[in-house]
Structures are given as structure tokens and as C-alpha cells.
Design a binder for this molecule. Sequence first.
Ligand code: SAH
Ligand code: SF4
Length: 370
Amino acid sequence: MNASSQEPFSPAPEKGALSLRPSVLDLDQLQLRELLEAWGEPAYRAKQVWHGLYRQLAATPETLSDLPKTLRMRLSEETIWDPLIPLATLRSQDGQTHKVLFALPDSAQVEAVRMDYARRHTVCLSTQAGCAIGCPFCATGQSGFQRNLSAGEIVAQVLYFARQIAARGERITNVVLMGMGEPLANYEATWAAIRRLNDPEGFGLGARAMTLSTVGLVPGIRRMAHEPEQVNLAVSLHAANDALRDQLVPINRRFPLAQLLEACRYYIAQTHRRISFEYTLIADVNDRDEDAHQLAELLGGLLAHVNLIPLNPTPDSALRPSPRARVQAFQRVLQQHHISCTVRLRRGLDIQAGCGQLRLHRQREANPAT
Ligand code: SAH
Ligand code: SF4
């Protein structure tokens, strides 16, 4: 699968940034060296610029004092150093969740979230502007698909938050690809971004500190099984039978549960790594004891962990979260079946931190008829 695939889950060819200026975050080390060599710079400049981007976390080339002034000026005039323009920032009341809406060079918009914990800072990234899958409970799915993000546009979201906390000597410790979009429908750019973040000569974030969440694109899961980086895989399940999953996760009609579970078994056999299954609990839709028994049966014998997530309600849907007692009862059934399972509370509910919600909210403010 590639970025320009005409699959229904990736309907438009990738447009990328409309500007003719190269975006330095889209270049790998070799490409950066080639650019600088074409400008007549010595080979070691590429390493300096690379360190400036990913180690010093420079927000602009002007601050890189080890580069000659002429090169700094050329970089700022002839390249895009940072493709993101922050449009709105929201902080949760407890101050631990920060959500930012960014404009990209072609004015597409994406969201990213920073979640602070006692000793960790997690960034939740977007991989597409919008999403073509159209899950009815998801704000991103409700607002349609604009385009794939480039690798640089994905990486830039992490760098933005990394700069914020670097000032107080802290680092981003975890990245989850759980924001807007379906990462495996933008496979090349997503994996280029993962490798860029993982690069020990650059940002240096361990692969095991990254988690990719997919709606269940079978070819992508099989392909991921052969990637050398040991990124965690999360699969959004939400239903344990095809009739219900067809409704909640429309791509299930293309890749039904039997095929999905076969791909998961293949992934585990190849990587010996556990898969997390995400199950959003929706009142009176998928939260009965019977659903939990079915889920346990589906995952029985698999190296799996289940994350139960009470639905984060969205304005366009009448679906509601399961009440707390139902969540606990559902968890008990899974535990009876010895399925490893946790309840994950969604952070930052007061700031529309469910990805896609802030953008949808701002679209509605700008144009109440949409
Ligand atoms: N497209 C990928 C990754 C982005 S969505 C995927 O679907 O896995 C990340 C997670 O958030 C998915 O598990 C998705 O089902 C969940 N999610 C989306 N909207 C939600 C909502 N309103 N409430 C709870 N979980 C939601
Ligand atoms: Fe897309 Fe994931 Fe939202 Fe479904 S849940 S619409 S796959 S972002």
C-alpha cells in the first residue's frame, strides 16, 4: 500500500505541501546532505543542521549559532523549517493535557495533544488531515478526509511539544499515533516519521516508546510485521462480531474479523510482540456481558491486551459512553476469561481532546451550517 493508493480508505492522491520550497523535516540525512552540497556547503554542515533540528530543537535556523550567517539566512528563505502554524491551544483544567490545532502550508488543519504524567510526556500525533474510514463515533471520521500528511508534518508535531518542555529540561518520552487519521493508510510517511523520531543521531526516541493505532488495515499490519523497529501495535476492535463491527468500523466490510485476526496472529508470530486491542465502550451498543464473552472468545489464546475506553461523545452522534458500572462489569467478564485488560480514561475531556474534536468545533463556530 502506498500514499497514492486509490483504495477507498485513502481516496485522494497525496497533495503534500503546495509550496515549492523544500521542507527540511521531509528530508532524510542523505537528502539533506545533497541539498546542502548543491548549495556548495561542506559535508559536515548536514550533521550540524540535523543536530539543530532534532537535538537542539531549534524553532528557526537563525538560532543555530554554529552555522555561518549566510547559510542560516538561506535556510530560512529557501526552505520550510517548520510546516506547522499553531492556530489554537487548549489546556485542560488540571493543566496536564495540551491540545493544539495546527494549520499546514496548504491550510489543511490537524490536531496534536501533549499529555503530562508524573515522569512522562506523551504526544498524540495525527498522520492524516481528516480520515476516510468514517467510524460514526469519531469526530475525525465525521469531518471527512483532506489529505495524507508528509513525514515532516508528522515529525513536526512532536518537535513542537518537545521544544515547549525542553526549556525546563524535560523530554517527550512517548509517542502515540492515535490522533487524526489512519496511519496505515499513509504507510510510507508514517514509517518515515517513526524512523526519523527513532534516529539515534537525531531525536533518539526508542521504538518501544511509540505506539501505532490502526483501525485494522490487514495489508498494513502484515507489512508492519517485517519492520525492524519494535513499535507497539494497537488495533481498534470495538466489536467482536462482524455485524456490529460493520456498523462501528466500516472498513470491517473490506477486512472482516477473521482476516483481521489472522493478520494479528501473523504479526505476533513474526514479532513475538503483544498487540493491544482498543475497545470503545458505547452504551447499549457493544457493552453487554454477552459482547464481553464474545470478545474473550475472539482473543482467547492470543498474546493480547485489551484497552477499554469509555466513549468520548461527539456532537454529531447520539452514541453515549457506557456508565461506569457497565464498564466495570464488562472488565470483570474479560478477567474471568483471563484476558489482560485495563480501563483507559480519556484525558482532557474538557478541551475536546478526542482527536478531531477541536477542528470540528472550530469549523462549526466558523460555519454553523456545517
Ligand atoms: N485511525 C486509527 C488511529 C486514530 S483513532 C484507529 O482508528 O485506530 C485512535 C483511537 O481513538 C481509536 O481506537 C479510535 O477508535 C478511538 N476513538 C476515536 N473516536 C473516539 C471517541 N469519540 N471516543 C473514544 N474513542 C475514540
Ligand atoms: Fe479514522 Fe480512526 Fe477515526 Fe475511524 S476511529 S474515523 S479510523 S481516525
